[in-house]
Ligand binder design. Structure first.
Ligand code: PLP
Length: 418
């Protein structure tokens, strides 16, 4: 039988890979008859739950009418409806929508937009500022602006140089702001842009920081004429308690990346939203100034229809109420987690609840990660710790009973492994 090569999976460990045959709401059904609670929204993508009937219907309808069309020089209604609809959810200044297919490509597009902006204005700025511990995806550009480590060691020579400011630890926020200011002011290497995950650094360890810090970082970039890119691929669509994390800081980035929850997490689609000045820098009778980026499935009509159904759900259903309920329940459970001697750094940002299990090898490659993963799977809960960092990020349709079950299993894991 031809072998399937799975992502972020060490096949040499001989783990069995469960087969999922069906999914509904927060439940995954396995081939061998088990029901698994999806505690991480299937890698942070699902928002309203699996196979949401409105999104399924939109996909069915659209796929029977217009499945795919080249988007260079051609357009279609689902894309225009989506662009108009996104205006209701995004800051007013982000009035240009560029489509792609994944979070990584949304980031690549953002970086190319920033570089194109300076190039077309006749300023040679190629340097990108990033934050330590960031993750922005797995393509070469996205890896270049992400943290370096075991994940990308083999590809190191291909990654471009960036300057990283330290993560704003609570006792060292000023150091981050000072480092950002100094990097923005560097006369020999004027940065094109600063890219950041707002409020929560996801794959880098679910590290959280305050909205006031995000706002200050935005101000520093504005003051020094450095473009500010918000990567909301994970934080977008409600995860942090508001539709976009930037809202909590009251900021408007120059460029915003979204993917995952854009279609409710059902089919791949991404957007890089940009301001008029960034679009205008590429607007010219001169063809050499156009934005040189595309992929075959840019703005696929079926994916756009799914995203339009997602927007309808946000407009017409009590999504915020569901989110607020999860936020409340997480807060109660966070208090319980604080009581354990063996848990550290319990933190919450909206629907994301995180803590570390004390472990002397506390990093991503710690053996605790796979052991916890196996433990949770045996308890019929899908949680995928990052090393000894355990996080819960459920779809918003999760029931009280399902959430309680996740909490119980997490406490059992603490008892077992701490
Ligand atoms: N940016 C952030 C903040 C992410 O969390 C991710 C994925 O988890 C990405 C980008 C890459 O998205 P994708 O996996 O869709 O390429």
């Amino acid at each position: 039988m031809t072998k399937i090569w799975h992502p972020f999976t060490q096949h040499g460990l001989g783990q069995t890979i469960p087969k999922i045959t069906r999914a509904q709401d927060a439940i995954l059904y396995t081939q061998d008859g088990r029901e698994i609670i999806d505690g991480i929204s299937s890698w942070w993508v699902q928002t309203h739950g699996h196979c949401h009937p409105q999104i399924v219907a939109a996909i069915q309808q659209q796929s029977a009418q217009l499945d795919q069309i080249i988007f260079a020089g051609w357009t279609h209604e689902p894309a225009q409806i989506l662009a108009d609809g996104l205006a209701e959810f995004l800051p007013k200044s982000l009035d240009h929508i560029f489509f792609s297919d994944s979070g990584s490509t949304a980031v690549e597009v953002a970086l190319k937009m920033a570089l194109g902006y300076w190039h077309n204005r006749g300023e040679q700025r190629h340097h990108i500022l990033v934050m330590d511990h960031s993750y922005h995806g797995d393509t070469i550009g996205a890896m270049s602006v992400g943290a370096r480590g075991v994940f990308n060691q083999a590809y190191g020579p291909l990654l471009f140089d960036v300057s990283a400011v330290p993560f704003p630890k609570p006792d060292a926020v000023q150091a981050t702001l000072d480092a950002l200011t100094a990097a923005c002011r560097d006369p020999d290497n004027r940065p094109a842009a600063f890219i950041v995950e707002p409020l929560v650094l996801g794959a880098g360890g679910m590290l959280t920081y305050a909205p006031t810090i995000l706002a200050e970082m935005r101000n520093i970039c504005s003051a020094h004429d450095v473009l500010f890119i918000a990567d909301e691929v994970m934080t977008g669509w409600g995860r942090t308690g508001t539709i976009f994390a930037c809202e909590q800081a009251g900021i408007e980035p120059d460029i915003l990346c979204m993917a995952k929850g854009l279609t409710g997490g059902v089919v791949p689609l991404a957007v890089t939203a940009a301001t008029t000045p960034i679009f205008d820098a590429h607007y010219s009778p001169d063809r050499s100034k156009m934005f040189f980026h595309s992929s075959s499935f840019t703005a696929n009509p079926i994916a756009c229809a799914a995203a339009n159904a997602n927007l309808e759900i946000w407009r017409n259903q009590p999504v915020q109420k569901r989110i607020d309920h999860i936020v409340q329940r997480h807060a109660q459970f966070a208090e319980q987690l604080q009581r354990y001697d063996s848990t550290t750094n319990v933190r919450q940002c909206g629907t994301i609840l995180v803590f570390e299990i004390a472990d002397s090898h506390g990093h991503y490659m710690s053996t605790l990660g796979p052991e916890l993963l196996r433990f949770f799977a045996e308890e019929n809960v899908l949680l995928r710790p990052l090393g000894n960092t355990v996080y819960i990020m459920p779809p918003y349709c999760i029931t009280d009973a399902q959430l309680s079950r996740i909490y119980t299993v997490v406490e059992a894991a603490i008892d077992e492994f701490a």
